[in-house]
Design a protein around this ligand. Structure first.
Ligand code: ZN
Ligand code: ZN
Length: 174
């Protein structure tokens, strides 16, 4: 915890790490580490959150388990003054910073890091750019090959590719 009432003029830093961190939405971070820096700034606080972790989730199309490395680096202004926060963002030097309300007299670096990891977690992660997804009919993972569902019910995404590769073979076959 960083106690805002006892914050020295040069600021304070707190860091932490966790082998496993539950993001509360079914996803978990592995080997997470973070560092939070708080500097006094005109009665408010300049905050910097840095962190790194491996995000463990699933491909949003084929649902296969997926690991992604996650790095975060955020800077913002924290204020104990709710009126200032409702005013939106603030410019400090050349930086246009969001203002976040700090309801507590101390900053919990782990809670702050978790919040920022959640913000940076991928919304629609894909195992690969062209993931074929699952057959809506039988649930087969089309990345592992076509299923035997009737093509008039399910449009098989591999059909065109197959036709093209057949064409190529014919051309090469001469
Ligand atoms: Zn996938
Ligand atoms: Zn199918």
């Amino acid at each position: 915890m960083i106690d805002l009432a006892q914050l020295p003029p040069e600021g304070a830093t707190a860091s932490g790490a966790a082998a496993s961190l539950d993001l509360g939405d079914g996803t978990v971070l592995r080997d997470a580490s973070w560092r939070v820096r708080v500097l006094p700034s005109d009665g408010d606080y300049f905050l910097e959150v840095k962190g790194a972790a491996v995000w463990e989730g699933a491909c949003s199309r084929c649902l296969e388990p997926l690991d992604l490395s996650l790095e975060l680096e955020s800077r913002f202004l924290g204020s104990r003054d709710a009126a200032l926060v409702s005013g939106g963002n603030h410019v400090i030097g050349s930086q246009d910073l969001d203002v976040v309300f700090l309801p507590e007299p101390a900053v919990d670096e782990e809670a702050l890091a978790v919040e920022h990891f959640q913000l940076h977690a991928p919304m629609h992660p894909l195992c690969r750019e062209d993931c074929a997804g699952l057959c809506p009919q039988c649930g087969k993972n089309w990345n592992k090959g076509p299923c035997s569902c009737r093509p008039d019910i399910v449009k098989e995404p591999g059909a065109l590719a197959k036709a093209l590769s057949g064409l190529k073979l014919n051309l090469e076959g001469d």
